[in-house]
Design a protein around this ligand. Structure first.
Ligand SMILES: Cc1cc2nc3c(=O)[nH]c(=O)nc-3n(C[C@H](O)[C@H](O)[C@H](O)COP(=O)(O)OP(=O)(O)OC[C@H]3O[C@@H](n4cnc5c(N)ncnc54)[C@H](O)[C@@H]3O)c2cc1C
Length: 377
């Protein structure tokens, strides 16, 4: 491809980041192979909050109509005390520009299906149940040996393989994945009619409770507390445990909790983080998304940062035929923005765990971050 730094690209990992970057690059004329170790491009069934800047990235790759059709758009965030009284309501700034909703809730599995269908329709060569055994960067190209024994020659390898990225390891980038100190319970439940936006409940017995509507019929509810035993991690019929741990919250959250079946499937995770300092590339291999920066979900910006990485990388790679220059421009556009979101999310996590910290002002930091993100990626 003339005027482009890449004509053949290998993407490792088919989450939000990997599917988005595959889609964006193939739409710009690159030949893309996507390898995913799982047998399908799916996601676990709970919900996700997508801020306007994530929606803008989905618009850029042409899937926004489907995302909004399946999801639940809204334009504000409400904060409540633990008993359910409203403390304040903040309009979501137009992070995706004036033509898009401030935020939308979605089912992760719907989003994964929309992205999978788009990737297949765009002609990306998807190799499922496959991973990469080795990468040989010869300077003017990379030879990747896949787990099925085949090889792929590429101008660039993009590691989009998540927080515990093997690609990151393979290119010798040291980065510590560390627990933030919080665990999160999440469950999908029927959406009560009065629920019209994301709501957060502060000042209760745990760090925070909340929910986001994800379709006309469903919402996901969550509860943040200290890290519990690792045996809780994953998806289990632990509705009764979430009910017990979620005592002390009223309002709509309390009603959702009380209606949970004891054997409801709930997801419990420790919240972890990683931040790769600049640069995120070595030679002809780059890591993006959670592989480079996993953000605690305190501002609901993790997937948004991933989706922006994908669109910006595809943009930079197809503006010049100079790969080092393209990667350097990518870092200049991404690192300050991602670091600001990551640092502010970590600060919010600290304040939620230690609310008596002098100067703690979560509303201010959240507002500042969201306003800063109104600048285009
Ligand atoms: C509790 C929690 C709540 C969150 N809530 C929100 C939210 O509301 N809003 C938001 O914007 N963000 C949220 N996030 C962040 C968001 O989920 C992540 O930032 C995003 O999903 C990361 O996408 P990814 O594609 O980079 O990585 P992943 O989703 O981890 O995908 C990586 C993919 O690579 C594959 N893979 C891994 N290793 C290999 C390999 N060696 N070979 C081949 N394939 C491989 C995996 O199977 C997977 O499919 C939340 C995160 C957490 C933990």
């Amino acid at each position: 491809m003339s005027g482009s730094a890449v004509s053949k690209v290998l993407v490792i990992g088919g989450g939000v980041t990997g599917t988005m970057v595959s889609l964006a690059l193939s739409q710009k004329g690159a030949d893309v192979v996507l390898v995913e170790r799982n047998a399908d491009l799916t996601a676990i069934g709970h919900g996700i909050t997508l801020q306007g800047n994530a929606l803008k990235a989905f618009q850029d790759v042409g899937v926004i109509d489907e995302v909004l059709e399946h999801g639940f758009p809204f334009a504000h965030l409400r904060m409540r005390s633990a008993d359910g009284h409203v403390i304040m309501e903040i309009p979501t700034p137009p992070m995706g520009g004036p033509g898009l909703p401030g935020t939308a809730g979605a089912m992760r599995s719907d989003l994964a299906t929309i992205l999978r269908n788009a990737v297949v329709a765009a002609g990306v060569d998807v190799r499922l149940a496959t991973t990469v055994e080795s990468l040989d960067d010869g300077g003017d190209g990379v030879t990747a040996t896949l787990s099925d024994g085949s090889t792929v020659e590429a101008d660039l390898v993009i590691g989009a393989d998540g927080i515990r990225s093997r690609t990151r390891e393979m290119i010798g980038i040291q980065a510590e994945v560390r627990p933030v100190g919080m665990g999160i319970w999440r469950v999908v439940a029927p959406r009560p009619e009065e629920m019209d936006c994301s709501e957060l409940y502060y000042g209760g017995p745990k760090y925070k409770a909340g929910y986001t509507p994800i379709s006309p019929d469903h919402c996901y509810a969550f509860l943040l507390e200290e890290n519990l035993d690792r045996s809780f991690i994953g998806e289990h019929p632990n509705g009764h445990v979430m009910k017990e741990h979620g005592q002390g919250y009223g309002g709509t959250w309390g009603r959702i909790r009380d209606a949970l079946p004891d054997d409801a499937i709930v997801n419990y995770q420790w919240i972890e983080t990683v931040c790769v300092e600049e640069p995120w590339h070595r030679g002809r291999v780059v890591v993006i998304g959670d592989a480079a920066h996993a953000c605690p979900p305190l501002i609901a910006q993790g997937a948004a940062m991933c989706a922006e990485d994908a669109v910006v990388l595809a943009d930079e790679l197809t503006k010049t035929d100079d790969l080092p220059a393209a990667l350097s421009s990518f870092m200049a556009r991404r690192f300050p923005r991602v670091k600001m979101v990551l640092d502010n999310s970590l600060l919010l996590a600290e304040w939620e765990m230690h609310p008596d910290t002098p100067g703690a002002d979560p509303g201010r930091i959240m507002g500042q971050t969201l306003h800063a993100l109104c600048e285009p990626a």
